[in-house]
Design a protein around this ligand. Structure first.
Ligand code: URA
Length: 233
């Protein structure tokens, strides 16, 4: 994995990298670090965890939507007419991966309230770590749509790769995944899966953690994101 530091503020670098067609942005901001640290804390309860998740996703979404398409329009202010920009049509599609991705939806739609929302229900088997789809509600045709997948934990990459392939089958060619944490193994798996693709894939994450443990959990991570958001059900 090749990651370089890009300057995005006078004080702090934003980490970004590009390998083949997969672009990786590790957002870097003191407020994000603060919120992530509280999120990781095992003593943080579900209501606080949900609130923090939303806030973190709004910060990540700001980074992730830097290339969202806009169109020019003229707007009349109380003083003069000027040129402005608004979100182009068709509107972006946001796809939370159930269940944990649902906890990220509010934070995303706060930034893009007019986005369409599709749903993809995926679960990974605790033993094999293989993902399977149990529900979906998405437009049939995603040609020309900018798609933003929400999944808090990029661990083995299996779920995210399956979700991306699903969107690609429906015509999507502009896909950004927003994750709260990512493991190097997951990023490597996504890179391998889409090696040689002729369109870019972007991953925006809050932090790149150290590794996966033998159970496929991100280390140091934050535990099971779904359980921490919604309890063990
Ligand atoms: N899914 C989670 O919720 N946590 C991990 O650490 C890995 C996958």
């Amino acid at each position: 994995m090749f990651i370089v530091a890009l300057k995005c503020s006078p004080n702090k670098p934003r980490l970004a990298g590009k390998v083949g067609v997969v672009k990786i942005h590790v957002a870097d901001h003191p407020l994000l670090k603060h919120k992530l640290t509280v999120l990781r804390d095992e003593k943080t309860n579900s209501p606080t965890f949900r609130q923090l998740t939303e806030e973190i996703v709004t910060l990540l979404a700001y980074e992730a939507t830097r290339e969202v398409r806009t169109e020019k329009i003229s707007v009349k202010t109380p003083v003069a007419t000027t040129q402005g920009e608004i979100l182009a049509k068709p509107k972006p599609v946001v796809v939370p991966i159930l269940r944990a991705g649902l906890g990220m939806l509010e934070g995303m739609t706060r930034l893009i309230p007019t986005a369409e929302v599709g749903f993809l229900g995926m679960i990974r088997d605790h033993d094999t770590l293989q993902p399977s789809t149990y529900a979906n509600r998405l437009p049939d045709d995603l040609t020309g749509r900018q798609c933003y997948i929400l999944d808090p934990m990029l661990a083995t990459g299996g779920t995210l790769i399956a979700a991306m392939k699903y969107l690609i089958e429906k015509g999507a060619r502009d896909i950004t995944a927003i994750t709260i944490l990512a493991a190097p193994e997951g990023i490597a798996a996504v890179e391998k899966a889409f090696e040689g693709s002729d369109f870019p894939i972007t991953i925006v994450t809050g932090a790149l953690d150290e590794k996966l443990n033998e159970k496929g959990y991100i280390v140091p991570g934050l535990g099971d994101a779904g359980d921490r958001l919604y309890g063990v059900v």
